[in-house]
Every structure is written in structure tokens, then in C-alpha cells.
Design a protein around this ligand. Structure first.
Ligand code: 4GX
Length: 237
């Protein structure tokens, strides 16, 4: 799968992509990430990528022409694949969306800075807006990395374990059970005895229970199938 990232700061993505699991995925040709500097598609003397908003007010807006030039020269006019814009105004990113996007052969990701991009980019070039959470960052680069990372985990071979991503939290709709490794005792804190019992059935039962307990305690919304929107209805306990 190929990711094409359009950004004013390609340098901030490279070190993360070229480490650990994503580095190995690129070496094994399971994913390819091309970084495109939007500034390379400015044709004025000062390579201007942003400008003051019409109507006044603070902040700067990313100009429409360099973004269209960059995206259309890389992905075609019109683009031959989805172009996602990372934005707090987008659809909340979930494991289901990550799994779905992993089916695509190619994805364009547009990273905004400042007050965002000229709305004509959203209206006429972007196919979908995605949000990684209800907070505002300084740019779309971290959200793009989050998306690439979460999507790549669903591409067969990226995780060593063949059914890796499906086993994790949310893969099965529950939070994960606790994990331990050696030593058996550290500062008097022992690993739960069941895990060193060698009884695989008991271990499986304990893990299932722990997953349920944790989900009930920290994310009851995942069990009740209720809306992700926090309920304001008061209930006992
Ligand atoms: N989930 N950001 C987008 C520029 C911007 C500002 C306002 C539209 C409107 C974010 C998030 C996120 C920072 C990316 C601001 N675009 N992206 N950027 N949360 O915070 O995806």
C-alpha cells in the first residue's frame, strides 16, 4: 500500500516512519510512504504557501493553488485515489476505519497547518475528513502518522504475528488483558500465579475475565454498544 503525504514539514514525519515496525514494513515493500513538500509547488518568487483570511481575523490559511498543484501532479487530475484531510472537524478515527482503509492500494493524506486550508480544497479535492480526537494540534502531521501507523497494522505481514491487529484492543471490541514478562518478582510485586501455572485453559479464562473487567471499569461504552457521546443521564452507581 502506498501513502502519499502532502505537508509543509516533511522532515517531521521521516524519523518516525524510518523506525521500528514501519521501517521494516517499508523495507519489505509492504508499505511505501512518499512525502511531498507543498512548497515545491509554489511558483511565485517567495514560495508563499499561506495567506491572510478573507473577511479578516487572525491566523493564516493555506493557499489553494499549491495544494491543487501538488496533489494533482502526484495523484492525477482528478486524483485516482482517496485524499484524506486530517482535521478536528473530520469523522472520528476508529479501528473499523483503519481496517477499511487498509484495503486501499493508495491513499493521499493532506496535512494542514495554521487555521487550515482554503475551503475550496475541502470542497473540490478532499474526499474525506478524518479526526484523530477532540483536541487541536499545531498541524496535521501527527494525525497523518497516527493514521499511517494504525492502518499499516492491518496490512498482512506488517506485524510479525499473522492475526496481530485483530487480537488487540478494539480488534475484538474489548480492552486488552494485562501483560507480564520476566522476572517473576520485582520489588516484591509478583506476576499473577495463574500465568506461571502452565494451565493454558486457566490462562485463557483469566485473560478473558481481565479484558471484561477492564472494559467495564474504563470503557463501559464499549460493552453497552451505546453511543460514543458521553451520556448526561444520571444513573445509580
Ligand atoms: N485530528 N489538526 C488540522 C489545521 C486545521 C485547523 C482548523 C482545519 C481547521 C487534527 C485532529 C488537528 C490541527 C490538523 C489543525 N484544519 N487533525 N490543523 N485533532 O488537530 O486530525
Amino acid at each position: 500500500m502506498q501513502f502519499d503525504v502532502f505537508t509543509l514539514f516533511p522532515g517531521v514525519l521521516r524519523p518516525y516512519l524510518d523506525s521500528s515496525i514501519l521501517q521494516r514494513a517499508q523495507q519489505n515493500d509492504l508499505i511505501k510512504v512518499a512525502l511531498h513538500n507543498i512548497r515545491d509547488w509554489t511558483f511565485d518568487r517567495h514560495h508563499v504557501t499561506d495567506d491572510a483570511p478573507y473577511g479578516g481575523g487572525g491566523g493564516m490559511v493555506m493557499k489553494v493553488e499549491p495544494i491543487f498543484a501538488a496533489v494533482e501532479s502526484v495523484l492525477g487530475a482528478p486524483p485516482s485515489c482517496p485524499l484524506l484531510y486530517l482535521s478536528p472537524q473530520g469523522k472520528p478515527f476508529t479501528t473499523a476505519i483503519a481496517r477499511e482503509l487498509a484495503q486501499q492500494p493508495r491513499l493521499g493524506l493532506l496535512c494542514g497547518r495554521y487555521e487550515g486550508v482554503d475551503e475550496r480544497v475541502i470542497e473540490h479535492l478532499v474526499t474525506e475528513q478524518i479526526s484523530i480526537g477532540d483536541y487541536v494540534l499545531t498541524g496535521g502531521e501527527l494525525p497523518a502518522l497516527v493514521l499511517i501507523d494504525a492502518v499499516s497494522r492491518f496490512i498482512p505481514g506488517v506485524l510479525g504475528d499473522p492475526d496481530g491487529a485483530e487480537e488487540d484492543s478494539f480488534g475484538n471490541g474489548l480492552l486488552e488483558y494485562p501483560h507480564y514478562t520476566r522476572p517473576e518478582e520485582f520489588r516484591g510485586w509478583r506476576v499473577p500465579e495463574v500465568l506461571i501455572s502452565g494451565n493454558h485453559a486457566l490462562v485463557a479464562k483469566w485473560r478473558r475475565e481481565q479484558s471484561l473487567l477492564r472494559t467495564q471499569k474504563h470503557r463501559p461504552d464499549l460493552l453497552n454498544g451505546e453511543s460514543k457521546v458521553q451520556s448526561t443521564t444520571k444513573t445509580k452507581e
